[in-house]
Each structure stands twice: as C-alpha cells, then as structure tokens.
Design a protein around this ligand. Structure first.
Ligand code: IMP
Ligand code: MG
Length: 179
C-alpha cells in the first residue's frame, strides 16, 4: 500500500466486479440503441477502460476535459470545458463516464450543455458517489460504489495529479492535504 494511503476502500477484485456488473446493466439498457460513451478526463480513464470492455454492444467513444477543481481538495463551483467532444451529438444517446460525483456541480453543468446540443438522452455512469456532499440537483444512473465523505485516491482519482495509477481505491491520509 502507498505510504500516503490510510486504508483501502476497494481492492482490485471488488473493482473488477463493480465494472462487470455495470457493464452488464448498460448492455441490457442500450440493446438495439446507438451509444456514445463520453469519458471525463482525466479521472475516469481507468474506470472508463474497464467499463467499456464489459459493454457487449457496438459503441462509440469520445472524451471531454472539464475543470471544476484546482490543485486542492475542495470544489470551486465553476465548470470550464477545456476539451470538447469532437463529433455531432444531435439525436445520440450519450453515457457520461465519471470518476466521482461529489458536489455534482461538474456533471450538472456538463449534462445540461450536452442536452442543449440536442442529444437524445444523457445518462451518467460514475465509479463513485459521495452523496453527503451533493449541492447540485443531479443523480447518476449507474453507480459503482458509494463512498463516505473522505478524500479518496487511486484507480484514476488524484490529489494534485498524484496517485491516479494506484490499482485500488484508498483513503488519502489527512496530513497529506492538511499541511
Ligand atoms: P463535483 O463537481 O464536486 O461533483 O466534483 C467532481 C470532481 O471532483 C471529480 O471528477 C473529481 O475529479 C473531484 N473529486 C471530488 N471528490 C474527490 C475525491 O475524494 N478524490 C479525488 N477527486 C475528487
Ligand atoms: Mg474528475
């Protein structure tokens, strides 16, 4: 275990199961429909790669970079699109893949932008949900796991761009971000 991690919340086996179950549900729900899976970079990359390989349908992929967090651990409440989807989404079914829904501000804004562009549907698949911190009116359609109000890292999630490559999800020691 990494020295900055206090405890492991989800190990590799548990994460693999989560992705398998989510992929099966998504496969079921979108049978016979077109599907564009949109990953929100960078946090979702590891989860995205695992979930799409559990979707047994013909799908398209794209990515967005949005920013609502600086280097710190609390939200600024602002969302900026730094990299946009490169295809026309009018009439398409979109599935946004995100690492974690915290305040929900990021996804609330992203979802509205995509609906305004004429997407037929926009659903959300998140690896983690932190409902205790929600301020925006948004609920994910597919949720891997619920986490308590603690700062988590690994499996794509970072603190100041570190720890994304840890193969498990861990709670970051408070002293790492409180100094
Ligand atoms: P929201 O707009 O507050 O829902 O923020 C969502 C974004 O904040 C996520 O995509 C993450 O990048 C980041 N975030 C929120 N909580 C955590 C956490 O516990 N660990 C790592 N990143 C987090
Ligand atoms: Mg993120």
């Amino acid at each position: 275990m990494h020295k900055d991690v206090e405890k492991i919340l989800l190990n590799q086996e548990e994460i693999a199961n989560i992705c398998k179950n989510l992929g099966a549900k998504i496969t079921e729900d979108y049978k016979g429909k077109d599907l564009l899976v949109v990953g929100i970079l960078k946090g979702s990359i590891v989860f995205f790669a695992d979930v799409i390989r559990n979707i047994d349908l013909d799908i398209n992929l794209d990515f967005m970079v949005v920013s609502s967090y600086g280097a710190g651990s609390t939200t600024s409440g602002m969302v900026q699109i730094l990299k946009d989807i490169s295809v026309d989404i009018e009439g398409k079914n979109l599935l946004i893949v995100e690492d974690i829904v915290d305040t929900g501000v990021t996804l609330y804004n992203v979802k509205n932008v995509l609906l305004e562009r004429g997407a037929a549907s926009v659903k959300i698949c998140t690896f983690l949900d932190k409902p205790s911190r929600r301020t925006a009116d948004i609920t994910a359609d597919y949720i891997g796991a619920e986490v308590p109000d603690e700062f988590v890292v690994g499996y794509g999630l970072d603190y100041a761009e570190k720890y994304r490559n840890l193969p498990y999800l861990g709670v970051l020691k408070r002293q790492v971000y409180e100094k």
